[in-house]
Design a protein around this ligand. Structure first.
Ligand SMILES: *Cc1c(COP(=O)(O)O)cnc(C)c1O
Length: 435
């Protein structure tokens, strides 16, 4: 059997992550009492945002999709890099404002905005994307009383197709998001509304998420830009100045390697939709997963190792409460796991098949089934990779398990103490949330 060790081209995990884990164990932050934590790579965030910004020209402005990781310390770190924020609820708006994002750099996207929420967003002066024609009437009534400060426009769905995960595909024919461009009469109605309302100066489309291939995304965006050109021609001048192309770049969950890169995406867009690169439009993006997934991991202590029906099972403290997506949809969202000893060192013993179970009381609470890993035993740790977006930041209160603490590390200094990004939730705080 091959052993689990670091090969130059096939890194299972990075030295920075191992150092962070070892630090947390030796300083008592991960222990019998606190057996589960999330970790955020603060240097990694800077590097990722740099690669995003340098891949696109400067008339692109990038926004982080707050739902991917709304922890205050993470949002502050992202705000410090110069990103804006994409929010989809009054809660996310409050989180973005608290983290210091400027209102001009906030985009509001909720599909079910009530009248009071539309009012709240308009009064906050943030950019607003209108999901459907009924919402348009609400917005119009409010805008006619008070001319808007911010950019407004429709979210459109080019209805081009699905990626590999149906629940993540937003540009299908029957998607719940946006105005369906190919439905009969819709395109003409949209063009007429832009002609009649000069305050509509933007367009938005978020055409996919994990599993959506780059060529399909680019094709969708090309359709949106074609609509923009048709509208501007019909109006007679460049009324639409802002084109928001959403987020949705896929993340590699299979190794440490980052691909596809922002650069690859930018190159494809430049070929398929060159109009975005001339500088005649301000282009907005809203990446979430591709900014944070690889900049976070979960570490959990193994409480017991047992055998059942011949199957080896390691029972750890990380399960559905921090990785609901993967335990409920294991085929769509498999997570990479590495095995570490009691000190946090990568284990390099022979690989054996084992289930990695979580602490929750339902049979599907497994992070991995029949996974080949060095045999885990009591007091070992597992590292669960690519969990910086949509995992430990989005806790699930199954079995009333409190949200774990989150620590920040800076990869270039193994001895630097970890920073506290989020304190461990107490039982009292958990009870206050559940009510
Ligand atoms: C979720 C979402 C995003 C971010 O998607 P990722 O796949 O995390 O990049 C961007 N825009 C909108 C409107 C979203 O709903």
């Amino acid at each position: 059997m091959i052993s689990q060790k670091l090969e130059p081209n096939e890194a299972l995990t990075s030295q920075a992550k191992i150092d962070a884990l070892k630090n947390a164990i030796s300083s008592g932050l991960l222990s019998e009492e606190t057996p589960l934590a999330g970790f955020v790579d603060l240097d990694g965030i800077k590097r990722t945002v740099e690669s995003l910004m340098s891949s696109f020209p400067s008339h692109f402005s990038h926004h982080f999709a707050v739902k991917a990781n709304s922890i205050n310390g993470v949002l502050k770190a992202l705000n410090a890099t110069g990103l804006g924020a994409e929010v989809a609820s009054p809660g996310e708006l409050a989180q973005a404002l608290k983290a210091g994002f400027d209102k001009n750099k906030i985009v509001f996207d909720e599909p079910a905005k009530s009248k009071s929420v539309v009012k709240l967003a308009l009064e906050a002066g943030v950019n607003l994307n209108i999901d459907n024609f009924e919402e348009f009437e609400l917005v119009k009534a409010l805008v006619e009383q008070n001319p808007p400060e911010a950019n407004l426009g429709f979210r459109v769905n080019p209805q081009i197709g699905a990626g590999s995960i149906e629940a993540m595909s937003t540009a299908t024919k029957t998607s719940k998001f946006g105005v369906p461009l190919e439905d009969e009469g819709v395109r003409d109605k949209l063009i007429a509304l832009y002609q009649q309302h000069s305050w509509l100066n933007s367009i938005h489309s978020h055409v996919g998420s994990q599993g959506c291939p780059i060529p399909l995304m680019a094709e969708c965006i090309a359709q949106v830009v074609k609509l923009v050109e048709d509208i501007n021609t019909a109006v007679g001048h460049q009324q639409i100045k802002n084109i928001n192309i959403g987020g949705g770049l896929t993340v590699n969950f299979g190794s440490e390697e980052v691909f596809p890169t922002f650069e690859t995406y930018a190159q494809t867009l430049a070929r398929v939709v060159p109009q975005l690169f001339t500088g005649e439009y301000r282009v907005l993006t809203e990446f979430g997963r591709s900014i944070m997934a690889k900049n976070g991991f979960i570490a959990a202590r193994v409480e017991y190792a047992k055998v059942s029906g011949g199957r080896k099972i390691a029972i750890s403290h990380g399960g559905s409460q921090v990785a609901a997506r993967s335990t409920f949809m294991p085929n769509a969202w498999p997570l990479r796991i590495t095995a570490h000893d009691t000190n946090g060192e990568l284990k390099s013993t022979d690989l054996v098949k084992q289930d990695i179970a979580g602490p929750c009381c339902f049979a599907g609470d497994l992070l991995a089934k029949n996974r080949l890993l060095p045999e885990l035993s009591r007091d070992d740790f597992i590292m669960v990779h690519e969990t910086g977006a949509y995992y430990f930041s989005n806790p699930f209160y199954y079995n009333s398990l409190p949200a774990p603490p989150v620590y920040g590390f800076c990869g270039n200094d193994a001895n630097q103490p970890l920073s506290i990004i989020r304190k461990a939730q107490t039982i009292e705080e958990m009870m206050a949330v559940i009510g």
